[in-house]
Design a protein around this ligand. Structure first.
Ligand code: SF4
Length: 355
């Protein structure tokens, strides 16, 4: 899937299909950005075609208020379990890593199941800080449906990708020509949730895989749709994505959660873009259990251009703090923290290749 001969053939196809007007393709997936940047795929794109990452990093878009809630709950004596990158994202006062250094019991886990396992082996309260998109949400739901221990609760910070894609299209200064849709989210949700974009906004949506040839192929499909003037949802990753998605995973999400408006860090509140526990699962709501409710945290850091990066209106090198004040060891904003974050990826792989 990274054969240079086939890549060169796709590059010729892309060149042939490229129009003479600017084309802005936005993806919403840190894994796409990592492949594009690590393999220098932008060098295959003719000048009018640019590809930018939008809000594709769940760590980056987790609002400060959720991190602040996790810090407060950890400092109240609970065992706070979350994914590794989340411990380093700045909150209003501190990161979870700083809370741990200050004595809080913050543990890195790989899944909600690991947090449940910890809860089954202790009498202490265990809180799972659940972040991520449609890919990780079913695992959180499955734990809550499988006779969870009473000392387990969840900070729900799961989010839904299609409403964020719509929010970007609704920004008046954001000229998006097409979406390269995320393969792993699409494995879960299928094709249908993307249908409003060609129908209501007139733009192509192509689901793409994660190998270099997958991405070049998806870009070629997008350009072909633009050339033909036939915007639609097209599956460029059929070896993994079924049109209907994963019905069982969708049912798990539906059983446990219901949509709600939530804040995306750097973007703001997006209608029905997040999830909350249904009434029958409210006893597992960590915020309610610990009396920590909805305070607003500071969502942006002065000088940090994460809001523009997360809305595909800037690339990391547009930020004056990139590589100077802001580095993975000393992240100023959330886009420098996670391995799926644009600034972190550009830092590791050297930014936009100029070949
Ligand atoms: S380089 Fe750092 S400060 Fe600049 S946008 Fe990225 S995360 Fe924010």
């Amino acid at each position: 899937m990274s054969d240079p001969v086939r890549a060169a053939a796709l590059a010729r196809t892309i060149a042939r299909l490229t129009p003479d007007y600017p084309v802005k393709i936005v993806h919403v997936c840190g894994t796409h950005e990592a492949t594009i940047t690590e393999h220098g795929l932008r060098r295959f794109l003719p000048e009018p075609v640019e590809v930018l990452e939008g809000p594709g990093c769940p760590v980056c878009v987790t609002p400060t208020r959720d991190i602040d809630a996790a810090v407060k709950i950890a400092r109240k004596g609970a065992i706070l379990c979350t994914f590794g990158d989340m411990t380093r994202v700045p909150g209003t006062e501190m990161t979870l890593a700083a809370a741990r250094a200050d004595g809080a019991d913050v543990r890195v886990v790989l899944s909600a199941a690991e947090a449940a396992s910890i809860a089954r082996n202790t009498n202490r309260e265990v809180v799972f800080f659940g972040v991520g998109f449609e890919t990780t949400t079913p695992m959180t739901a499955a734990i809550l449906l499988d006779d969870p221990p009473e000392n387990l609760s969840v900070i729900v910070s799961h989010k839904l990708i299609p409403p964020a894609m719509a929010a970007l299209l609704d920004l008046p200064d954001n000229r998006i020509s097409a979406y390269l849709a995320p393969g792993h989210v699409s494995v879960i949700i299928g094709e249908e949730p993307y249908t409003p974009f060609p129908r209501d906004y007139g733009i192509p949506v192509v689901i793409g895989g994660f190998e270099p040839l997958d991405i070049l192929y998806a870009i070629a499909l997008i350009l072909r749709q633009l050339k033909d003037g036939t915007p639609r949802v097209e599956n460029g990753y059929p070896r993994a994505v079924r049109p209907e998605g994963n019905r069982r995973a969708q049912e798990l999400i539906e059983q446990v959660f219901e949509p709600t408006d939530v804040v995306w860090r750097g973007i703001g509140s997006i209608p029905n873009s997040g999830l909350r526990l249904r009434d029958e699962f409210r006893q597992f709501d960590a915020r309610a259990r610990f009396g920590v409710t909805g305070e607003e945290g500071e969502e942006t850091v002065p000088g940090c251009r994460c809001p523009d990066v997360l809305t595909a209106r800037a690339v990391p090198t547009d930020c004056p703090l990139f590589r100077t004040t802001c580095t993975p060891l000393n992240p100023v904003g959330p886009c420098m923290v996670g391995v799926e974050a644009a600034c972190n990826i550009w830092y590791r792989y050297g930014g936009r290749p100029k070949l």
